[in-house]
Design a protein around this ligand. Structure first.
Ligand SMILES: [Zn+2]
Length: 151
């Protein structure tokens, strides 16, 4: 999945170079450590988080480096390293926590709210389709309808 997304020339390839202070190495988006390996539905949430992180890092004068951005168990994971004051670290963590919390109820594919979660048999669904937990019912259905949907 990550490999496929890395060839993408859309919003990810614009987001990464527009935040050279957050993504390294700067200048080559496809080589960036923190390349966002997530689908289009989370674009806005991620862009907002990056703007908030930038503001916190700039005010602080410290360093920040996105190390991995991905989906796991139906929500965003945004890993980073850097040297920031405790205050700036708190602001960054708040921005990331907020984005991660919102992705838990936002479809990774279409960006629509998803209130219903896959329940017990989701472990089976996720083996068939690893990212099923991050998708709304409509996107799951439009994907061939092969999944047993349990609400
Ligand atoms: Zn959807």
């Amino acid at each position: 999945m990550t490999v496929a997304l890395r060839s993408d020339s859309g919003w990810r390839a614009q987001l990464v170079p527009s935040y050279p202070d957050l993504f390294h190495p700067a200048g080559d988006p496809l080589a960036a450590e923190g390349w966002p390996a997530v689908d289009d539905g989370w674009r806005e949430l991620l862009e907002r988080a990056c703007a908030r992180i930038r503001a916190a890092v700039r005010d602080d004068g410290g360093s920040f480096r996105a190390t991995q951005i991905k989906e796991k168990y139906g929500s965003l994971r945004f890993y980073w390293s850097g040297r920031l004051s405790p205050e700036a670290r708190t602001r960054v963590e708040e921005a990331i926590d907020l984005a991660e919390a919102r992705t838990a109820t936002t479809c990774e594919v279409c960006g629509e709210a998803r209130h219903r979660k896959l329940r017990p048999r989701s472990a089976v669904s996720c083996r068939i389709q690893p990212r099923a937990a991050a998708r709304c019912a409509r996107c799951l259905r439009s994907n061939g309808g092969v999944l047993p949907l349990i609400f």
